[in-house]
Design a binder for this molecule. Structure first.
Ligand SMILES: NC(=O)C1=CN([C@@H]2O[C@H](COP(=O)(O)OP(=O)(O)OC[C@H]3O[C@@H](n4cnc5c(N)ncnc54)[C@H](OP(=O)(O)O)[C@@H]3O)[C@@H](O)[C@H]2O)C=CC1
Ligand SMILES: CC(=O)[C@@H](O)[C@H](O)COP(=O)(O)O
Ligand SMILES: [Mn+2]
Length: 380
């Protein structure tokens, strides 16, 4: 029986994960859960799944949950990291939203856990630090949950990277794929939250609309698979049934396809290299009929272009970009800024990225993240 710690239990990936765990009670037990403020949903999950350990990032919410359940509840970043390193946990599924996921990922790696990682911001912020921590803790094992990376992971199936010509990450193109750029200034929050295929949390849905999500995913792929940026491509595929592809040097192009349901990559990330039954929709190719593929429009989706540039520049660029984007997306969701203020603001802040030499350490990254947030707040 594997004991699972689910960080971000109240979110979209959190619910899908619980859906997977419920299908395999003989294999997995939900041992620990964490979220930010939603203590009522946490109480419901804790009772239904008989969860032992709990953490609320928000201290007031932790007190409420503790009162409700009559047991101790951890809080803050220390609490998240303590949960992620609990000796009784076998697998940490990190589906926290945003850069708050970074330190708990490190804590899980340093405690030699199996980490199923949905929180892409961890790698965008501190990809090198995570790579080094994995190298230094060979018993730690990371499997990607993000659908594209999980697809690539399945296609690679542990083949050496020398055999890979390129990675092809598919993108839905979001709700504005066919909108002319002139109309982008009129984009409302409701329009941007209307993803054509996936039902997800608000932050990633806005990132999909700006195509920053695809930019974050290019950086995520670079750090996960140790593949240079020059060998990572983005291809727009509005049907989102081909979840990504690997071009091998012998001419074979391997793809992973499936219904757009995160339960599939979540289960693969939990059970790899085993494949066990999963009750979920099956992809019917004759029903889909036509698959289409296009090049992304980098003039229209400047966030994607910016992210690819930041990835290539390396250093603190991706951490600064990620922090600025998080603040600006939140401000857009709160209707304090317009949609185009996201790429405009990110670009301005990224231009001021301090240069660094040598290996990045975590403190330098955390300082750059905090400074980028201050600069982004000043733009709102
Ligand atoms: N949704 C999807 O289909 C996919 C998501 N991902 C990635 O997975 C991650 C989660 O996405 P998603 O599930 O959509 O997001 P949601 O917004 O639906 O859920 C986010 C979760 O994180 C918690 N959380 C947010 N801030 C904090 C904090 N400061 N401290 C502790 N917990 C916090 C929330 O708690 P609370 O409810 O209390 O606020 C909630 O449990 C993101 O990194 C996203 O990019 C990747 C691929 C697909
Ligand atoms: C489900 C998933 O992995 C998301 O990251 C999804 O890919 C977002 O869709 P976009 O392709 O529109 O960014
Ligand atoms: Mn994805």
């Amino acid at each position: 029986m594997k004991q699972v710690c689910l960080l971000g239990a109240t979110g979209s990936i959190g619910s899908s994960t619980i859906g997977v765990l419920k299908q395999h009670p003989e294999r997995f037990r939900l041992y620990a859960i964490a979220a930010n403020k939603n203590w009522k949903k946490m109480a419901q999950i804790a009772r239904e799944m008989n969860v032992e350990c709990l953490c609320m990032f928000d201290e007031a919410a932790a007190r409420e949950l503790s009162k409700e359940l009559g047991k101790p509840v951890l809080s803050g970043m220390d609490g998240l990291c303590e949960l992620a390193s609990d000796p009784k946990t076998d697998i940490v599924l990190n589906s926290l939203m945003g850069s708050v996921g970074c330190l708990p990922t490190l804590s899980a790696i340093r405690s030699s856990k199996h980490i199923a990682l949905a929180n892409k911001e961890t790698l965008v912020m501190a990809g090198e630090v995570i790579q080094d921590a994995l190298a230094a803790n060979p018993k730690a094992y990371l499997t990607p949950v993000d659908s594209e990376h999980n697809a690539i992971f399945q296609c690679l199936a542990d083949r050496p990277k020398e055999e890979v010509e390129n990675l092809q990450i598919t993108a839905s193109g979001g709700p504005f794929r066919e909108w002319p750029l002139e109309k982008f200034k009129d984009i409302r929050v409701e329009d941007a939250l209307n993803h054509p295929v996936w039902s997800m949390g608000k932050k990633i849905t806005i990132d999909s609309a700006s195509m920053m999500n695809k930019g974050l995913e290019v950086i995520e792929a670079h750090f996960l698979f140790h593949i240079p940026y020059e060998q990572i491509q983005v291809v727009v595929h509005p049907q989102s049934r081909v979840h990504s592809l690997v071009q091998f040097r012998d001419g074979s192009l391997m793809a992973q396809l499936g219904a757009p349901d995160m339960k599939i990559p979540i289960q693969v990330a939990l059970t790899w290299p085993e494949r066990i039954p999963l009750q979920t929709e099956r992809l019917n190719l004759a029903e889909v009929g036509t698959f289409t593929f296009f090049k992304p429009d980098l003039q229209k989706f400047r966030c994607l272009a910016l992210a690819m540039e930041c990835g290539k520049k390396a250093g603190l660029y991706t951490a600064v970009m990620n922090a600025a984007n998080e603040v600006l997306v939140n401000a857009f969701l709160e209707k304090k800024i317009g949609f185009m203020d996201i790429p405009n603001g990110v670009e301005r802040i990224v231009e001021k990225t301090p240069s660094v030499s040598g290996k990045l350490d975590l403190n330098t990254i955390l300082e750059a993240d905090a400074e980028a947030r201050r600069q982004a707040m000043a733009l709102i």
